[in-house]
Design a protein around this ligand. Structure first.
Ligand SMILES: C[S@@+](CC[C@H](N)C(=O)[O-])C[C@H]1O[C@@H](n2cnc3c(N)ncnc32)[C@H](O)[C@@H]1O
Length: 209
């Protein structure tokens, strides 16, 4: 057997990274290529978004295949029980629709679903890109009145805490000064000179259900 063709073993102690609302899976694919000892799982409600990338990861390694990535079609509102407690990191990048609504309003059902898939002390990272003018109608439709750092630190942090997440870092970047984020929507939205970025990270702790 030629060892040059073997993938590095997956180090389970380094944990599983889950990307919710993964879209075309770019973050999962690129991260999995760069960190072959870690395992990446991309989840999205839309089967269409996942079609190409799911086919790609099953190719031979020389043609872009990967053994340490997997994609699952599921809504965050209905994550399979098999995922309970598996995630050491959960990423949510540029959520939209019902995912944005749940994350930005601190919806209890959605947050508890996300908490359910977290291992103890898992890290949740949320990145949202907003253009207050262009997104006004959609934000109103989703019942999102505020996405400022202050609002996250006060109102939203309390809701997250009630669902087992301790928000510990909040930050933002003005339009035109986004950091480099490896997702397709980061590239698409980052070119808009009015869209700012707000992010927060949280740790999953136990909560009294
Ligand atoms: C704007 S895209 C961002 C995709 C990717 N994270 C990126 O940054 O390129 C939002 C994604 O969230 C997915 N989504 C929206 N609501 C969802 C839900 N309730 N459960 C799972 N995925 C959802 C959509 O299908 C879409 O692919």
């Amino acid at each position: 057997m030629n060892s040059k063709h073997l993938s590095p073993p997956i180090d389970e102690s380094k944990g599983i990274i889950v990307d919710l609302g993964t879209g075309d899976g770019r973050f999962v694919y690129q991260s999995a290529r760069q960190n072959q000892h870690r395992f990446y799982l991309g989840i999205d409600a839309s089967a269409n978004s996942l079609e190409k990338i799911s086919e790609k990861i099953h190719r031979k390694p020389a043609k872009g295949g990967l053994k340490n990535a997997l994609f699952i079609q599921a809504a965050v509102e209905a994550l399979p029980e098999e995922l309970d407690g598996i995630a050491d990191e959960v990423h949510i990048h540029f959520p939209w629709g019902s995912l944005l609504k749940g994350i930005a309003t601190g919806d209890e059902t959605m947050l508890k679903n996300i908490h359910r898939i977290c291992a103890p002390d898992a890290v949740l990272e949320v990145i949202i890109g907003v253009d207050p003018e262009r997104d006004a109608t959609e934000l109103q439709r989703l019942g999102i009145s505020n996405l400022s750092e202050d609002f996250i630190a006060t109102n939203l942090a309390k809701r997250y805490q009630d669902c087992g997440f301790q928000i510990n870092e909040i930050g933002s970047f003005p339009a035109g000064q986004w950091p480099n984020i490896c997702t397709s929507w980061a590239q698409r939205l980052g070119t808009n000179d009015k869209r700012s970025l707000v992010y927060f990270t949280a740790t999953a702790a136990a909560y009294a259900a």
